[in-house]
Each structure stands twice: as structure tokens, then as C-alpha cells.
Ligand binder design. Structure first.
Ligand code: AMP
Length: 300
């Protein structure tokens, strides 16, 4: 079943302790789309400026991603993010963010996009996320991501969004910021009380925690030695998870757990190089192989 994603489409400059890359393909919706495309049809909605290399659009199309909703603003500049990782490769600081054309983005979904049964509101302002949610005709599953910037600056809109979506994906520090509770188990349960039916707290190299009314569990990350650039790992996790749910076309507890595992497996590949460089080299079979190893690792 088709999966619609709306979020940032970016040019990222990334500094790690050993290497740097300037203005590479990035953005929450890009990582999400690419990861989800291994499982289901993906429709991307986003905005870029004149500085956007056409080659990036071709990279997405080569994986069958529908880019008809990618708007190019003449004379505009693409969203730009610059970040630096600390030696532990888990924590990072944002050095620059220029929203550029993404700051004024008011998407008008096409008739086809409005019918998408699966919706992911990738990282972006809650106001933008709400406006998209309102345009989609009764999605079967609507899930959102958020980040510290929006928790502090658009809290009321975020709370409104939480009352209207099925699932929320956020990282551990964001869950603590949102609930003002240091204990992640309590934080996850408190986010549930804000509206969503399920909540996933991403914990970087430590995997992910799942919360619903009926169950709480933790899945570890796939252990990988080769961490070159963790940028986009969270979005790839969400892409793998939602892509699998859209493929299966259900969200029963068992399917959800397997979807989280696929998210973890896709993310484990994404960190093995900068931008989409590793993902562009792998196929669904590679994901299945690593999934088997992951399942074996967890059975005892
Ligand atoms: P992740 O590592 O999964 O948190 O995602 C990193 C991606 O998020 C980068 O490619 C950035 O371009 C993008 N990003 C950073 N800040 C923002 C923001 N304020 N809004 C939307 N996307 C952002």
C-alpha cells in the first residue's frame, strides 16, 4: 500500500571525528523515503531550491520513489543543516540550520497523495505536519516524528498533533524534554497519555523502546563496528518500520514488532557510510540476510 512522507529535504554538511562531507544529500524525508522504498511504494512531498542537484532526484527515482510532490522553488535555497559528531559518534551538535525554502513550505497535496492510506510526518514543524494531516483523507495509519526545536518552540501545535496521530517516533532526549521525566519507561507512558496509540523511543546505538496500552518492550540495535556517519539513522529506522507496515498492510502487535526490527536493520546499514552512500549499494536481500542474523541473535 502506498506510503506518503512529508518532511525536510536537505543538503547536509557533516563533520565526524575523522572525516567531513560538504552539502551531501540529506533531510528527514529523504532518509525515510529511501529506507521505506525497500518495502513499499513511497510518495515524497517536500521542497527544494534552485541549488538542488537533479542527480539527487534521479537517485530517488532509481528506487521507484514518486518525486512528483517534490517542489522546486525558483531562486530559492534548499534547507541546509550542518552538524558535528562527538567522538562517541552518538551525540552531535548542530552547527548551522538554514530552513530556507522549507521555512515557508505550505504543501498542497495532489488528489492522489490525499488518498494515501499510510502517512509519515517526518521531522518538520508541527504546524506543517498538522496542515498535511488535514489534507489526507482518513489515513489508516498516521505516524509522526519530532525534535527538540519543535518541542520547545511549537509545543501547543505539537500537543494538538499528538491528539490526532496513531504513532509517534522520537529519540530519548526528546522524550525526556517533552515529558520532563528522566526515566524513559515513564516518559514513554506519559507520551501515550498525550494521544498516540503507540510510541517508539529511539535510543541511537542502544536500539528502540516500544510503548502501547498493552505492551512495552525494548529491541537492541544491530551491533555494527562500522559507524561512519549516524546522520539519518532515526529517519531510516522510521522508514524501515513504516515501509514494512505499509507492505504488510496491517499494524497488529506482531507486525509492529517485526516492523521495528526491520527499522533497526535498515538503520544499521545507513550508518555505515555518509548520506545514502551505503544504502544505494544494498538490496532487499541484504536486509533479509541481516534480519536473519538479528533474529538469531535475539533467540535464546
Ligand atoms: P536524524 O539523524 O535521523 O535525526 O536526521 C538527520 C536529518 O535531519 C539531517 O539530514 C537533517 O537535514 C535533518 N534535520 C536537521 N534539523 C532539522 C529540522 N529542524 N527540521 C527538519 N529536518 C532537520
Amino acid at each position: 500500500m502506498p506510503l506518503l512522507v512529508v518532511g525536510s529535504v536537505a543538503l547536509d554538511t557533516v563533520h565526524t571525528p575523522t572525516e567531513e562531507r560538504e552539502r551531501v544529500l540529506g533531510g528527514s524525508a529523504i532518509y525515510f523515503s529511501y529506507a521505506a522504498s525497500y518495502f513499499s511504494a513511497v510518495r515524497l512531498v517536500g521542497v527544494v531550491g534552485e541549488d538542488w542537484p537533479d542527480q539527487h532526484t534521479r537517485t530517488l527515482r532509481q528506487r521507484g520513489i514518486d518525486t512528483s510532490g517534490l517542489q522546486v522553488v525558483p531562486g530559492g535555497k534548499t534547507f541546509f543543516w550542518k552538524g558535528r559528531y562527538l567522538p562517541n559518534m552518538n551525540d552531535r551538535e548542530t552547527l548551522e540550520v538554514h530552513l530556507n525554502v522549507f521555512g515557508d513550505f505550505q504543501p498542497q497535496l495532489s488528489a492522489e497523495h490525499r488518498q494515501c492510506p499510510f502517512l509519515f510526518l517526518a521531522n518538520g514543524s508541527p504546524r506543517l505536519q498538522l496542515s498535511v494531516l488535514e489534507q489526507v483523507n482518513g489515513p489508516r495509519l498516521a505516524v509522526a516524528d519530532t525534535m527538540d526545536l519543535w518541542i520547545t518552540e511549537q509545543r501547543d501545535d505539537l500537543l494538538e498533533l499528538l491528539r490526532r496521530i496513531d504513532g509517534l517516533v522520537l529519540n530519548d532526549s526528546e522524550a525526556r524534554l517533552l515529558t520532563e521525566d528522566e526515566n524513559l519507561v515513564r516518559a514513554g507512558q506519559q507520551v501515550l497519555e498525550l494521544g498516540p496509540k503507540f510510541v517508539v523511543i529511539k535510543k541511537g546505538e542502544h536500539g528502540a523502546m516500544f510503548f502501547s496500552q498493552h505492551e512495552t518492550y525494548v529491541l537492541p540495535a544491530f551491533p555494527t563496528e562500522r559507524v561512519i556517519d549516524p546522520t539519518g539513522a532515526g529517519d531510516c529506522f522510521a522508514g524501515g518500520m513504516m515501509g514494512y507496515l505499509a507492505e504488510q498492510s496491517d499494524f497488529e502487535p506482531r507486525t509492529l514488532k517485526k516492523a521495528l526490527a526491520y527499522g533497526i536493520v535498515v538503520a544499521s546499514y545507513a550508518v555505515e557510510d555518509f548520506s545514502l552512500d551505503r544504502l544505494t549499494q544494498i538490496a532487499r536481500d541484504d536486509l533479509e540476510l541481516r534480519m536473519e542474523r538479528y533474529q538469531r541473535m535475539l533467540s535464546f
